[in-house]
Design a protein around this ligand. Sequence first.
Ligand code: MLT
Length: 239
Amino acid sequence: MRISVAPVPQEFTDDDADTGVVVVDVFRASTTIAAALAGGARFVLPVADVEQAMRLAEPYAENEVLLGGERECRRIDGFHLGNSPREYTRETVAGKVVIFTTTNGTQALAAAEDAGAVFVGSFVNFSAVVEAVAGFDAVTILCAGNNGRLSLEDFACAGGLVGRLAKRTSQLDDAAMAARAAYKDLKEDLHRSLMSTEHAHRLADLGFRADLEFALKVDSIPVVPRLHDGRIEPPENRK
Ligand code: MLT
């Protein structure tokens, strides 16, 4: 297996149809998408901007659709939900279409949309994602980062995935080796380290500390969201 890591979306170039791509935005878009699907949302439509989100909601009946996402980490005016995974409960999202836009996560998904197989990964669905991509000859982990800068929580999650996927014969690019080394270095005290990243501090200051705890619960949501034809669904919907 060839394994590469794009530490930020600008470094993602792989559009090989045989590559499995995992888009990682630990705080919080990937975690929230996993929560929405686990809560029974019909599908999540990731979109890059707010106007497009509002337009896409128009054809749906009011009780069929939810607008979700953030700008500056806060719920967008006129939207039903923000980007807190804790809002996406079964009571709120079951049976609904979620139209979703965030600052970095949905932009990273847009960068990957032409790849052959695109999954959404985070710590909450870590092992399920490993299993989903283990059979690919090539895997790229695309970190959402923060406005073009590396986010340690995404890079560390990527490194953990590399560590689980890599066999003795695997070929790793430099970023995959660096991510794996970073994860190894942090893993003894992963929770404390990732609670002190730049984005974690920002979210905690805004009152979202519980979202950080939610996002760092490894394997708590064993669903594997998959992007196909612009929609994110659990793979079982596509059989
Ligand atoms: C993003 O997509 O930029 C993040 O999920 C921001 C956030 O934590 O709300």
